[in-house]
Ligand binder design. Structure first.
Ligand code: LMR
Length: 401
């Protein structure tokens, strides 16, 4: 019999995750990983948060049987996620007009949501910002959606091309699923203002678009409540929309795959029907989510004192990122780079879109052992006081040559 896979062409390596393997295989001591969006502390390690350590210890002692958990995840977890996303005493929470399903990280939330929109609602068109997190487009394509881009990054003015974005949104066919970055836009680091969000909401309403907010970085810009502004404005607008949450970043629980998909509808009755579809999609895909990460998040969010400690730890990560942004801008200037890097301080979240070309990024890897994504995105969390000067000087070198 002919080899069934004989003509299969290999897929390219993932542009983000492959940087980690390249970095790990580099023997140079001075190497730096600015690729994947993963928080690292001053020592270059991804810390286990203190409140997470406590949760791990408590859970370990309980020896909870490893049974299946519900298809939609831990019930209390789902409720706590809604409180975190919409705020205490939110109307959405009180009326029960949203349903939440625990997912395999933020990626799993997006994937489940897109599958549901295609399979149950017949959506065939999707849209994402140019540029966006590359996986957005792959997730939509895998769920059967045709993907188009809308203008977002304004290179000239180092910001958002908002009029371009609105123009492109108005040209989308009704029923297009529009992926919007709720905060800390990945990869650019440029977010919309409150008044711009209002305009986006109006366009979604008038052009019958399906908003899908991706909120992977709640807490990394200004604070847990502040960063939920866009999602809460959508909630107030009365529109039907979807929101993906991730606890990979805010809990440093990357490998545990802890996230959630929330769908906001006009009524509790509709939310219940939507949830039945989400469960049906999840059942056919992975059956039910893993329990451990969800239990950790539940342990922390369910108690005000633990919640406050977690909020403090998130603030600590956020502050370190801010400091690194400031130091990078200063060091690039000191290194005599031909370009001003002060824009990194106006961007928010883990990432900065540097404007470095793919060739310059390649050179950073080959000559200096500095790994970043070829579209010019760097993860600021890979910087620390020990390597920021080296990185800045290397940036200056590749920009000068
Ligand atoms: C990133 O953008 O680097 C992170 O969200 C990790 C990933 O899965 O790509």
């Amino acid at each position: 019999m002919k080899d069934f896979f004989e003509n299969l062409v290999s897929c390219p390596d993932d542009p983000i995750l492959s940087q980690t393997w390249r970095y790990q295989n580099d023997p140079r001591a001075e190497k730096v990983n600015l690729g994947v969006g993963m928080y690292m502390d001053e020592s270059g390690r991804t810390p286990v948060l203190d409140v997470v350590k406590e949760a791990e210890e408590v859970l370990a002692k309980e020896h909870i049987p490893h049974t299946y958990i519900p298809i939609s995840g831990l019930q209390q977890y789902d409720r706590l996620v809604q409180k975190l996303v919409f705020g205490e005493q939110s109307e959405v929470f009180e009326t029960g007009r949203a349903c939440t399903v625990q997912t395999l990280g933020g990626t799993g939330a997006l994937s489940l949501g897109m599958t549901f929109l295609n399979r149950s609602c017949g959506c065939t068109q999707g849209a994402s910002s140019i540029p966006t997190w590359g996986n957005h487009n792959d997730i939509m394509a895998q769920a059967g959606l045709q993907v188009r881009g809308y203008r977002y990054y304004d290179r000239e003015n180092a910001g958002v091309d908002f009029s371009g974005m609105i123009e492109d949104m108005k040209a989308m066919p009704a029923g297009t699923v529009v992926v919007l970055h709720a905060c800390c836009h990945n990869p650019t680091g440029y977010d919309l203002s409150e008044s711009q969000w209002h305009e986006v909401i109006d366009v979604c309403r008038h052009y019958n678009l399906v908003p899908f907010l991706d909120m992977a970085y709640q807490g990394f810009k200004q604070g847990l409540n502040e960063d939920a502004m866009a999602v809460r404005l959508f909630a107030k607008s009365g529109l039907t929309f979807l929101a993906a949450s991730s606890f990979s970043k805010s809990f440093n629980l990357y490998g545990e795959r802890v996230g959630a998909l929330t769908v906001v509808t006009p009524s509790a009755e509709e939310a219940e029907r939507v949830q039945s579809h989400l469960k049906s999609c999840a059942r056919a895909d992975y059956s039910n989510p893993p329990a451990f990460g969800g239990r950790i998040v539940e342990y922390v969010l369910s108690d005000p004192e633990r919640f406050a400690r977690w909020e403090q730890e998130v603030a600590g990560m956020r502050e370190r990122i801010r400091l690194m942004r400031r130091m990078l801008a200063e060091e690039v200037k000191k290194a005599g780079a031909p370009r001003d890097f002060s824009f990194v301080e106006r961007q928010a979240g883990m990432f900065s879109f540097t404007g470095l070309t793919p060739e310059q990024i390649d050179r950073l890897a080959t000559d200096f052992g500095i790994y970043a994504v070829r579209n010019g995105r760097i993860c600021i969390c890979g910087l620390n006081q020990g390597n920021v000067r080296y990185v800045a000087q290397s940036f200056a070198r590749v920009m000068q040559d």
